[in-house]
Design a protein around this ligand. Structure first.
Ligand code: AMP
Length: 304
């Protein structure tokens, strides 16, 4: 297995100032694996759902080259549910509810075939579960991880423990400040580097993303979108594009990490154009590539 993805698989209820959608498929692992599937196959998915999760979405993942031997479907139990509400500027989000359901007793068992995965992408779940996964994989080349305020507030010590084994941490600006307890983002990123990761990517919503590696900083803009429908999953799609590109190219040089940031930003920019997974499930390599190239034009200038 080239890329192992672990994370939540959810039924989301999303409210924006313009529309409301109930019980739509989501979760970090779903967004990550769909996004990464445009870059690399097979992808090993580890997660859990109840028997109320739509079978057609599971089938779609299979058709995308996602190996589902690590997916547990618990009969008679409910899938993880999350509800979020966006305010007028779409950059601020309020969590309305989080029902862990099947996640409360989830014990991730990594199939033998997945244990030697070269790349591991730990989507946003309980950091204790992320650690349980890492203990089962053998010497991966790169571990990429995400987290969320929910876990930073409730499981800070476990998160610090997990970070010791993470190579690339991808978080948003608020999460970076919260983890590092530091308001300045660059200082926060540098503090996080002292906790374990060699690389930190800080996503700033419509203001782009910053890649921080020991001595260097690379910033990428966000693609200018005039009609943002739903920002849910943008962060996870970013992680999926980032991890997918790295797994496809098998190159963890700084130059290639920069490209991964742009691929992540490209997929995230598609994600927000429609509700839930609607947009990212209907992409093509050509569309992704076209947007990747458009990113270069956004910041290109000449020095005479
Ligand atoms: P993002 O917008 O990229 O931060 O991710 C949104 C996704 O994260 C939604 O599809 C939710 O189902 C999922 N999610 C929200 N809260 C949690 C949580 N506490 N643990 C795991 N996944 C979550």
């Amino acid at each position: 297995m080239n890329l192992l993805v672990v994370g939540s698989i959810a039924l989301d209820t999303i409210e924006t100032p313009f529309a409301k959608v109930g019980e739509t498929p989501g979760g970090s692992a779903l967004y990550i694996s769909i996004s990464a599937s445009y870059f690399t196959k097979p992808i090993g998915l580890v997660g859990v759902v109840g028997d109320d999760f739509p079978g057609d979405v599971i089938e779609e993942l299979r058709n995308r080259g996602v190996d589902l031997r690590g997916l547990q479907i618990i009969n008679g139990a409910k899938t993880f549910r999350w509800g979020g509400k966006y305010h007028y500027d779409m950059n601020t989000r309020e969590t309305l509810f989080t029902y862990l359901n099947v996640f409360a007793d989830f014990n991730p068992a990594i199939p033998d075939e997945f244990k030697s995965s070269r790349y591991v992408c730990l989507g946003n779940i309980d950091p204790g579960l992320q650690m349980k996964v890492l203990k089962q994989v053998r010497n991966p080349k790169l571990v990429i991880a995400d987290t969320m305020n929910f876990w930073i507030e409730r499981k800070y010590d476990e998160l610090l423990e997990t970070l010791k084994y993470v190579d690339v941490l991808i978080v948003n600006d608020a999460e970076a400040r919260q983890i590092a307890m530091e308001p300045n983002l660059i200082k926060a990123g540098k503090k996080i580097l002292k906790l374990g990761p060699d690389v930190v990517v800080i996503k700033k919503g419509e203001h782009g993303a910053v890649l921080i590696i020991d001595g260097t900083i690379f910033t990428a803009p966000a693609y200018p979108i005039e009609s943002i429908q739903d920002p849910t999953g943008a962060g996870d799609s970013f992680a999926g594009g980032f991890a997918g590109w790295i797994a496809k190219t098998d190159d963890i040089s700084e130059e290639n990490l920069r490209k991964a940031v742009i691929y992540g930003s490209a997929i995230a920019s598609f994600c927000v154009e429609d509700f839930g997974i609607s947009k990212i499930r209907n992409l093509s390599w050509d569309k992704i590539q076209e947007r990747f190239i458009a990113f270069r034009e956004l910041t290109r200038f000449e020095i005479k």
